[in-house]
Design a protein around this ligand. Structure first.
Ligand SMILES: Nc1ncnc2c1ncn2[C@@H]1O[C@H](COP(=O)(O)OP(=O)(O)OP(=O)(O)O)[C@@H](O)[C@H]1O
Ligand SMILES: [Mg+2]
Length: 443
């Protein structure tokens, strides 16, 4: 369990402090209170406060003085201003500049909880994004989510044995990285890792590509050539996109996997081979077996250990860790300091559905590092599909509720149905989203 969020409330009105305490404590927040700014300063120093809620007008030092003190000394601390005077010219802007959030008195419990939850989520997101500077290195694969932990455990187990491995997952999820991780952490690491793209080999060349050929084996074969299996002897062969292998290729693969023997094209000499099979696919091989388009015997030969690589959208905060990782990586390659990124842009990236998975995210961040020449990166710098998801709703003569419903549906689609992320992007808490969805169902 993570530590509770610690809130320090500063207000010269005792009744406001009591309202805050009464509403926030049942939600699991730890709430400290004091009535004067000068009393607040030592508490800030001692209590590891996450969020300061302060009144604007107080006798002696004002809320603005407190904000300046916090900004100068505690960069990670969030501030929320409550004010009874939202109409004073410039006050709201000044408050927003320094405080990020403000709440006008009188406020409802729901308004208070929404604002606090928004701040806490933003803070959590930024903490994940910023730390650790070098993410934990699991075989060179970035990820801290429980979903990726399972993948890492499987990789560890597979690397310790010599069993064949089937890696499945959508396009761009990192299947090849996983295959390399298994090989380079196995006893075979000093021999070759040989990638073979099963889609790219025309049927007429399958045999000579896999097993090689001898000189003069066919017209144009001026020299002999080693095949993939010969090169992978002692190491691992990576059969990428195995679901696309033709029936002919499937038959040839099955034979060499079973017998550990092959002949080069144009020769009857039998070679023995010792290689481990790592195969990958974005297709559902089991379904293909049922439908008769993939050989069952081959399937069982390669699917001894199976590793499923989850889509990026299922990896929670890993998105933010990866954004940070790629920002650093591409900036370093260009000898630049990594650009900063606004909380709003971070919320959009964190809430996006990422149909192209890690590859899409990697490409986007690379483009941003190359193209954006200002700092920080903001929502306007993100590609249209992401921004339009946020702003595609046009008004016309529709009701507010109608426009709101459509926007909520858009954001949900963008986050792949993930309500927590949708709520983050919408800037409301999950409870509010749930209520709105319920209302929409009744429409
Ligand atoms: N967890 C990760 N940490 C760091 N980089 C990653 C991670 N996952 C994927 N990548 C990077 O994303 C890109 C795509 O990964 P990879 O080629 O392994 O995906 P794939 O599943 O094989 O995709 P495809 O199905 O399209 O072949 C690569 O540049 C890879 O280095
Ligand atoms: Mg691949």
């Amino acid at each position: 369990m993570s530590e509770p969020t610690r809130i320090l409330a500063v207000d010269d009105s005792r009744s406001t402090l009591e309202v805050l305490k009464r509403n926030l404590e049942p939600e699991g927040y730890e709430v400290y209170t004091c009535e004067r700014v000068d009393e607040a300063l030592p508490l800030l120093e001692d209590l590891a406060i996450d969020l300061v809620i302060t009144d604007y007008r107080m006798p002696q030092a004002t809320g603005m003085d407190l904000i300046r003190h916090v900004r100068a000394n505690y960069p990670d601390m969030e501030i929320m201003m409550i004010t009874g005077y939202p109409s004073i010219p410039g006050a709201v802007e000044a408050i927003k500049d320094g405080a990020g959030e403000y709440l006008a008195k009188p406020f409802t419990t729901e308004e208070l909880l929404s604002a606090v939850e928004r701040i806490v989520e933003k803070q959590a997101r930024r903490r994940v994004f910023c730390s650790p500077a070098t993410p934990p290195d699991n075989f060179g694969i970035i990820g801290m989510s429980p979903e990726m932990d399972q993948v890492f455990q499987r990789i560890g187990k597979a690397a310790a044995t010599d069993a064949n491995v089937l890696i499945s997952g959508d396009s761009g999820t990192g299947k090849e990285l996983v295959a390399r991780a298994v090989h380079y952490n196995s006893a075979r690491r000093t021999a070759s890792f040989v990638p073979v793209n099963c889609t790219a080999i025309p049927d007429s060349l399958v045999e000579s590509e896999l097993f090689g050929h001898v000189k003069g084996a066919f017209t144009g074969a001026k020299d002999g050539r080693a095949g993939f299996f010969e090169i992978a002897n002692g190491g691992s062969i990576f059969l990428d996109e195995i679901g696309d292998a033709s029936p002919n290729m499937q038959a040839k693969l099955l034979r060499v996997i079973q017998s550990k023997e092959f002949c080069k094209v144009g020769s009857s000499r039998v070679h023995t081979v010792d290689t481990r099979i790592l195969a990958a696919t974005h297709k559902d091989l089991r379904r293909m077996v049922d439908e008769g388009s993939f050989r069952e015997d081959l399937f069982y030969r390669i699917n001894v250990v199976d590793i499923r690589v989850p889509p990026l959208a299922e990896r929670g905060d890993d998105v933010l860790v990866l954004v940070n990782h790629f920002l650093n990586k591409f900036s370093k390659a260009m000898h630049r300091t990594p650009p900063r990124i606004t909380d709003e842009a971070l919320a959009v990236l964190g809430g996006f559905g990422w149909p192209g998975n890690v590859r899409e995210l990697e490409n986007l961040i690379q483009r941003l590092v190359v193209i954006v020449d200002h700092d920080p990166i903001d929502v306007a710098d993100l590609p249209d599909p992401m921004r339009f998801c946020l702003s595609s709703v046009s008004g016309g003569n529709r009701s507010l509720a109608d426009v709101e419903s459509e926007h909520i549906r858009h954001v949900l689609a963008m986050t792949g149905g993930n309500k927590t992320r949708a709520a983050e992007v919408l800037g409301i808490n999950r409870k509010t989203l749930r209520e709105k969805l319920k209302r929409m169902e009744g429409e």
